[in-house]
Design a protein around this ligand. Structure first.
Ligand code: ATP
Ligand code: MG
Length: 360
């Protein structure tokens, strides 16, 4: 299979972890006889330094011509003082908007060898495999008006939670499509006992479900969902929800695996390309030391293989290789109890590649 992959390292450890994931993709290419081409482009603080723009036009061009995008992380203290348009994070917001990436996917899986590092009891998290599908471009974070007012002579503020039916339908469809690749169950999370937007969400989810008779749809109120994530996460599978609910629930769910360094994500729209990136940021405190955990980004590349290229087996092999590296006890510093003997980014990456070569 021939694919063009845009590589956007960004800032801080973004550069290190993206290089690790690129090596893994090259190993997949070699082991499974595919042909991937990699095109590197600038985004974030580095792009502001070199081009005075966190998302230069050539970067957007390369992304639009690609089949999928792999991104590291953007930002860092060097750019914190910059005005709005020049901030590194703005590059990321703009790329999402330009590419119409309205769905954010955050899988949370527990790893046998890391069960001890979660704050939750092992029997609660052993076997957890949840996928949160968060609406990313609408809802409470984007609704207008959003402003200060005077109400009854007093300072007040208003935010607006608004969704068009078409916006709900496309994100719910995305969740159903993903459920087809998993256990055929979708939980739509809302607050339909209080919010009108949630009642429209629920109705639209029901209507959309008619096109997916093979997938089971359940509704859950967001407060209950927050509780279930802690109480019995094994019962959950694909969760689809509004922007702010998804923001909160996905951070809550991330505690099930233990470390930020393990969490991948994908952002997708109706058309290609989708964008894959670790959940963590640029971690300026450890940048340049070669100690960053590359597994979140490597797992993001596994998502790319599965969701953008339909390479299920290759994706499974990458995930299997991650499991094996962890179970051998080759742990990067963020997962290791003994920091002095922790594995470097490069050691972890090499070990993942060795396992891929063996498993393929
Ligand atoms: P952002 O605003 O970009 O999300 P942040 O301040 O929320 O950044 P991160 O950059 O994600 O935070 O880092 C939070 C903490 O987690 C830092 O101490 C960082 O060193 C650590 N961390 C994040 N990612 C990794 C990783 N891949 N490997 C090791 N440690 C990590
Ligand atoms: Mg953060």
């Amino acid at each position: 299979m021939e694919k063009k992959i845009a590589i956007l390292p960004g800032d801080g450890i973004g550069r290190e972890v993206v290089e690790a994931a690129a090596q893994v993709l090259k190993q997949i290419e070699a082991s499974f006889d595919h042909s991937f081409t990699f095109e590197y482009a600038d985004i974030g603080g580095g792009a502001v330094d070199d081009y005075d723009d966190p998302l230069p036009a050539h970067t957007l061009d390369i992304c639009k011509r690609s089949d999928a995008i792999l991104l590291g992380a953007v930002g860092g203290p060097a750019w914190d003082h910059l005005p709005g348009e020049k901030r590194p994070e703005k590059g990321l917001l703009r790329i999402r908007k330009e590419l119409g990436l309205f769905a954010n996917l955050r899988p949370v899986r527990s790893f046998k060898s890391l069960l001890h590092s979660s704050p939750l009891r092992e029997e609660v998290i052993d076997g957890v495999d949840v996928m949160i599908v968060r609406e990313l471009t609408g809802g409470l974070y984007f609704g207008e008006p959003r402003e200060r007012r005077t109400i009854d002579g007093e300072e007040a503020a208003v935010d607006t939670l608004v969704y068009k039916k078409s916006e709900i339908r496309r994100i719910v469809q995305q969740a159903f499509e993903i459920a087809r690749l998993r256990t055929q169950k979708v939980i739509s999370v809302d607050k339909a006992n209080v919010l009108e937007s949630s009642r429209l969400w629920r109705e639209t989810a029901e209507e959309t479900a008619k096109d997916y008779p093979d997938v089971e749809l359940e509704h859950m109120l967001v407060d209950n969902a927050a509780m279930q994530i802690m109480y019995d996460p094994k019962k959950l599978d694909v969760i689809v929800t509004e922007n702010m609910f998804g923001d909160i629930l996905s951070d809550e769910a991330s505690m099930l695996t233990g470390s930020l360094g393990m969490l991948p994500s994908a952002s997708m729209g109706s058309e290609k390309p989708a964008l894959y990136e670790p959940v963590h940021g640029s971690a300026p405190d450890i940048a340049g030391q070669g100690t960053a955990n590359p597994l979140a980004t490597i797992a993001s590349s596994a998502m790319m293989l599965k969701y953008s290229f339909g390479l299920q087996r290759e994706s499974d092999v990458v995930e299997e290789a991650i499991e094996q590296v962890l179970s051998e006890g080759l742990l990067p510093a963020d997962l290791s109890r003994d920091k002095t003997s922790a594995a470097s980014t490069e050691e972890v990456t090499k070990a993942v590649c060795t396992h891929i070569a063996r498993l393929a």
